[in-house]
Design a binder for this molecule. Sequence first.
Ligand code: AMP
Length: 435
Amino acid sequence: MNFTDLNLIEPIAKAIQEQGYTNPTPIQEKSIPEITKGRDFLGCAQTGTGKTAAFAIPILQNLTQNKFPNRHIKALILTPTRELAIQIEENIKAYGKYLPLKHLVIFGGVKQGNQETALKKGVDILVATPGRLLDFISQGIISLKNLEIFVLDEADRMLDMGFVHDVKRIIKLLPQKRQTLFFSATMPAEIQKLADSILNNPVKVEVTPVSSTADTIKQSVYFVDKENKLNLLTHILKNDISDSVLVFSRTKHGADKIARKLQKDQITTEAIHGNKSQNARQNALNNFKSGKTRVLVATDIAARGIDIDELKYVINFELSDVSETYVHRIGRTGRAGAEGTSISFVDGLDLLNLKNTEKLIGKKIPVIKDHPFHTDDLVAQKRDSNNKPMAANGERPTSSRPNNSRPNNNKNKPDGVSSNVGFKKPKNKNFTRKK
Ligand code: AMP
């Protein structure tokens, strides 16, 4: 199918052509005709499938064809992270460049003044994160009473990040009569329930389930002791890869540590995570996109929405406890059919996560042994909430807690997680990977 088969109005067709898109992606093929007809839509799709354009294009088309006498918010796109929100608004700007519609993105972590001024001038399409949106609503700056289209983006991530109550509060403020578009990479029971409660006879489309990784991504695993991971990273960046690399770190503290080490090794690097200001994050992202910095180290939350068409390499410094995260991470490369490479560092603490990840994606990831830090002697260890190995009895060794002081419980927690992370104990404590 070609975009010309989709009956798009001329200004949108022209803007899309300028983006270099010729064929709609599978989700767009289905969403564009149905959403322009006014149907509710349930898309089970991860980033990288073209899901943003799948809702942005028909929204632009619908709002342009409807008459709008005054500027009020007619479409709301709710998304969990600031990066994702910015990315979505950039897409709307690109596809809507020949249309008179006004769009705005709002998110927390920055002063509200500029956003407030822009809102008061009138906005047709609003992209928002839940917290800032509720702030503006409670101050009487935003009203959603004339809303026509509501998009809930990355619903599963909203749940993971603890935003689901905010989302439900916002939904209660929307007019009953509206078009609702719902997107989620996975459909856990709670998300399914939410979808059922807000969608009206939706068209359902599922593309590339989260458990599958694109065949264009070459995946590999490096077995390495925890203390050698930083040196292995420098080794790879100096000897094997000359391109830009996105490195994933489990924690904010870990991301900073990796960035410091690489900078010391003369590799231009910046880190982004939840403790950095929005401006710092955006600058780091721009520097990475422009090639000014070669390596960007990111936590999962900060990396959400990073959309770099030509990214060839992703390195997982640790594997996440949530196997689906692996699919999201490596999906940053190999986008739109391009080739990509993903490398995962695995120490004893990652072994169980590797096993779960391989189970999820349904394939074994080949081990690369040809490097100076390879080890065949990894033993699976349980991770405590501070990312440290637990002793055999499941307790944290007291000797590692000087003077019985309380551990700093936040330092090594995954970005965005404020309480202890549950971790399943391996059934077989001595599990080692079969060679
Ligand atoms: P998304 O899944 O929305 O994060 O989009 C992933 C990437 O695919 C973005 O870089 C888009 O610009 C790009 N993209 C979206 N739709 C198309 C299309 N029909 N053809 C080519 N690239 C596309």
